[in-house]
Design a protein around this ligand. Structure first.
Ligand SMILES: Nc1ncnc2c1ncn2[C@@H]1O[C@H](COP(=O)(O)OP(=O)(O)OP(=O)(O)O)[C@@H](O)[C@H]1O
Length: 243
């Protein structure tokens, strides 16, 4: 789907941890229906940026707004209400709940607050969507790694997000699972989801992203199409190091 108007505005955002500036005066916009890749070497500030959008961390300065909601001033739990859902670098699912219950939890605490039978039917539909229809009543402990990833994705989608944050969602998959994972994200793109993708798998970045933002040592160093940024000498230098 062709990207529409910008809905997420990150304005001059800085995050300090004591003396360390993890994110340094970064600004960008994300348009509706756009898949934006956020890339950069290890420790460059990608997860910190995602955490500020999701509300897990508060910016030291700057502002983040989504469809007119000020995420920077919101309480942590309000970011989901305002339309942000995410997956985590290390899968986080609720081990004492079933597959279905995990996704219902996402619907109940999400953007639109569905309850009861409505939440259950909605969650079941999403499990089918991510390829987990057969495992609906399974205990989460019995899931394979890729199925845990599918579950986390279904739970994030259950929040009916305006923007979906995928933090290295493809990490740790073997080559055949990776293809399945990329196809699944491609199908989300196809249906017009707005996504920020933090990813080290460059094939995924090239095939999935409309646009990429590159950060290095907390500072934005490039922005553009995947092909343009990945051939940018500053970006190559950041990844490979000087010399
Ligand atoms: N809670 C924290 N307290 C102190 N320093 C932190 C904290 N979280 C992150 N940092 C530091 O901030 C910098 C940016 O980290 P961040 O995790 O955002 O990088 P990243 O680009 O996501 O890295 P990776 O690709 O390895 O996941 C790093 O130097 C990291 O050590």
């Amino acid at each position: 789907m062709t990207p529409g108007d910008p809905i997420l505005f990150v304005n001059n955002v800085t995050k300090r941890f004591g003396g360390l500036v993890a994110v340094n005066n970064v600004s960008f916009e994300v348009r509706e229906h756009e898949v934006m890749g956020l890339i950069g070497p290890n420790g460059s500030g990608k997860s910190t940026t995602m955490n500020m959008i999701s509300g897990a961390l508060k910016a030291t300065s700057g502002s983040i707004t989504l469809k007119g909601h000020d995420l920077t001033r919101a309480k942590t739990f309000e970011n989901a209400r305002f339309g942000v859902s995410r997956t985590f670098q290390l899968v986080r699912i609720l081990p004492e709940l079933s597959v279905l219950e995990n996704v219902i939890a996402g619907a109940v605490f999400g953007h639109k607050r569905r309850w009861g039978a409505e939440a259950e039917a909605f969650a079941a539909g999403l499990l089918e969507r991510v390829g987990l229809a057969e495992r609906i009543t399974a205990p989460v402990g019995s899931l394979t790694y890729i199925d845990q990833k599918r579950l986390e994705l279904a739970r994030a989608l259950a929040g009916e997000p305006s923007v979906l944050l995928l933090d290295e969602w493809l990490a740790g998959l073997n080559p055949s699972e990776l293809k399945v994972g990329i196809d699944l994200v491609a199908s989300l793109r196809q249906e017009g989801r707005t996504i920020i993708l933090v990813e080290h798998v460059m094939d995924a970045i090239r095939s999935l992203c409309d646009r990429c933002l590159v950060i290095n040592s907390g500072t934005k160093i490039a922005e553009g199409t995947p092909d343009a940024v990945l051939s940018d000498p500053d970006v190559i230098r950041a990844y490979l190091g000087e010399g």
